[in-house]
Design a protein around this ligand. Structure first.
Ligand code: XIL
Length: 480
C-alpha cells in the first residue's frame, strides 16, 4: 500500500552539503553550466581565467574585423589571442558573430554566396576550438513588432507567396540559408561546433505591461521551423529601462519553451542597468541578477550564462553600471551583484530547500515502488543548529566597508541574525543582502528572502558601509 502524506513535512536536502565554491566558474560547473565573459585581448587580466570558464570575443570575431569583401578572412590575430587564452585556461569559446547587419565591415551588402563563403572560412579556421558560434545575430526588428529587420542582410529575404513569412518553398531567407550553409560545413568537417541564433528583447514571454513579446514569438517560430539546423538560442539579456528590455517574471517560462524545442538556451550578453527595478544601487541589481541566474538554473537545457564584460567602467554601457565588478585595468572589486550570482550558482539547479507543499496532490500514483532501499543510514552525530559570522573590513580615513560571511553550523538553518557593536563614532550608511536595524552602537542584520536558508556548512555574505572607524567588530550569529 502507498501512503501519501500530503502537505506535512518540509523537504530538506540532507546529507553533507558541498562546500560553497568561491569562483563563478567553479560554482557554475558544479551546476552543469558555463559562466562566461566577453572580452578583448586588452582585458585578459588574471580574473578572466579565474572567474569564468567561457569567453566571447566582444568585437574581435565580427565581420568588421575579420571578413574581406569576398568572404575571406583577415586580421585574425586578436581572435586567435582570445581563442588561445581560452584554451590555456580551459574555457569554452563562443564565436561572435557571422551574419549581422551591424559591424559588418566590407561584408556589408554581400550576397548569400559571399556570406556562405565567409561562414565556411570562419567555421573551418577555428573548428572545434569554438564550441558555439552565433551564426545569425539580431535578425528581428525593434519595438516589439515581431517582424524581421528590413536592412541588409535581410534584403536577401523574399516572401514568394506574400503570406508574411519566409518559411515556404520558394521563399528565400538569409537566416535559413546561412544556417543551412553552417550546418553543411559542420557536417562536412565532422565538427562538434554548435550553431546558435542570438537576439535581444526576446527574454520574456511578455514585455512591460503584460503585452505579448512578439519578438520572442518570432524568434520561437524561426527556431521551430529551422530546428534541424539550429542547435542553440542566445538571449542577449541587455536589461534596461526600455519597456521591451525589462526582466519579467516569465523569463524562465520563455527559456523553457525554447528548451522544449530541444535546443540549448544561453544568456549571452548579460548586463543589468543598476536602476532597473529601483534606484537602489547594489541591492536591487543584485536581486535582478539572482532572478536571471535562477531562471536559467531552473531549466536543464539552459547551459550557460555570459556577462558582457568584467567591470562597469569598461562596459559598452558604462553609465548603467550593469556588470559584476567595479574598478578597471585588471584591478577589480566584486559588487553585491557578483556575490548574489555566486550564491545563486552555488545553490545549483534544484533549489536546496523547498518549503512545504501547500497543495496536496490530488492524483495518487498508481505504481508502488518495487525497490526498497538496501543501505541503512549509518548513525550520524546529532546535528547542532546555529551559525557563525566573520567580518572582513576595508577601511579608509573616515569610512569603511564591512563584508560579513555567515556560515551555517552542522545543520541546515532557515534564517540568521547577526549582532555587532560599532565603536562610538562609527555609523552605518547602507547595507546590502541583509535587513538592518540600528545604525550605531548595537546594530543587527537579518537575512533577506533569498539568503536565509543555508545548508549545513553553507555560507552567504552580506555587507554594509559606514562612516567613522569600525575596528574590533565581534559579530554574534543566531540561527532560526
Ligand atoms: C558591442 C560591443 O560591446 C561594443 O564594444 C561595440 O562598440 C559595439 O558592439 N549586441 C551584440 C554585441 O551582439 O556584439 C554588441 O557588442 C552589443 C549588442
Amino acid at each position: 500500500m502507498l501512503l501519501l502524506v500530503g502537505g506535512a513535512a518540509a523537504i530538506q536536502s540532507i546529507g553533507p552539503a558541498a562546500a560553497a565554491e568561491t569562483t563563478l566558474r567553479a560554482a557554475a560547473a558544479n551546476a552543469g553550466l558555463f559562466f562566461g565573459v566577453a572580452a578583448s585581448p586588452g582585458r585578459l587580466s588574471s580574473i578572466v581565467g579565474q572567474e569564468f570558464n567561457q569567453l566571447t570575443p566582444e568585437n574581435d570575431m565580427k565581420p568588421a574585423t575579420i571578413a574581406t569583401s569576398s568572404g575571406g578572412l583577415q586580421n585574425t590575430g586578436n581572435a586567435d589571442t582570445l581563442v588561445n587564452y581560452a584554451q590555456t585556461n580551459n574555457m569554452l569559446v563562443r564565436g561572435h558573430t557571422l551574419v549581422w547587419h551591424s559591424q559588418a565591415g566590407s561584408l556589408q551588402g554581400a550576397n548569400q554566396a559571399t556570406l556562405n563563403t565567409f561562414i565556411g572560412n570562419a567555421l573551418n579556421r577555428w573548428g572545434n576550438r569554438i564550441a558555439y558560434w552565433d551564426v545569425v545575430n539580431e535578425a528581428l526588428d525593434d519595438n516589439n513588432t515581431g517582424n524581421r529587420r528590413t536592412q541588409w542582410p535581410h534584403t536577401l529575404n523574399r516572401d514568394a507567396n506574400g503570406d508574411g513569412d519566409f518559411f515556404d518553398t520558394g521563399d528565400t531567407d538569409v537566416i535559413r540559408d546561412s544556417f543551412i550553409r553552417a550546418k553543411q560545413v559542420v557536417q562536412a568537417g565532422g565538427l562538434t561546433t554548435k550553431l546558435c541564433i542570438n537576439d535581444y528583447d526576446v527574454e520574456g514571454l511578455t514585455v512591460r505591461g503584460g503585452t505579448q513579446n512578439r519578438k520572442a514569438n518570432a524568434l520561437y517560430d524561426i527556431v521551430r521551423n529551422y530546428r534541424q539546423y539550429i542547435d542553440c538560442v542566445g538571449f542577449q539579456a541587455h536589461f534596461n529601462d526600455n519597456p521591451n528590455s525589462i526582466i519579467t517574471d516569465d523569463l524562465q517560462a520563455n527559456i523553457q519553451r525554447f528548451a522544449d524545442l530541444g535546443v540549448e538556451v544561453h544568456i549571452t550578453e548579460l548586463d543589468i542597468d543598476d536602476d532597473l527595478s529601483n534606484n537602489d544601487i547594489g541591492a536591487g541589481q543584485a536581486e535582478n541578477y539572482r532572478k536571471v541566474v535562477r531562471a536559467c538554473l531552473n531549466v536543464a537545457r539552459c547551459t550557460g550564462i555570459t556577462v558582457w564584460g568584467i567591470a562597469d567602467s569598461e562596459s559598452w554601457r558604462a553609465s548603467e553600471r550593469g556588470l559584476l565588478f567595479t574598478g578597471s585595468s585588471g584591478n577589480y572589486q566584486k559588487k553585491a551583484a557578483y556575490h548574489a550570482v555566486l550564491d545563486e550558482l552555488n545553490k545549483g539547479r534544484v533549489p536546496t530547500n523547498t518549503t512545504s507543499p501547500t497543495v496536496s496532490p490530488t492524483v495518487s500514483p498508481t505504481v508502488s515502488p518495487t525497490v526498497s532501499p538496501t543501505v541503512s543510514p549509518t548513525v550520524s552525530p546529532t546535528p547542532t543548529a546555529g551559525c557563525t559570522a566573520a567580518v572582513s573590513l576595508n577601511s579608509w580615513t573616515g569610512g569603511f566597508v564591512a563584508t560579513v560571511r555567515v556560515t551555517a553550523g552542522t545543520a541546515p538553518i532557515n534564517g540568521w541574525n547577526v549582532r555587532l557593536t560599532l565603536p562610538s563614532g562609527a555609523t552605518v550608511t547602507n547595507a546590502w543582502n541583509a535587513n538592518r536595524s540600528g545604525n550605531s552602537g548595537a546594530v543587527q542584520f537579518g537575512n533577506v528572502s533569498y539568503n536565509g536558508r543555508l545548508n549545513a556548512g553553507q555560507t552567504t555574505e552580506f555587507g554594509f558601509q559606514g562612516t567613522g572607524a569600525a575596528t574590533g567588530l565581534t559579530p554574534v550569529c543566531t540561527a532560526s
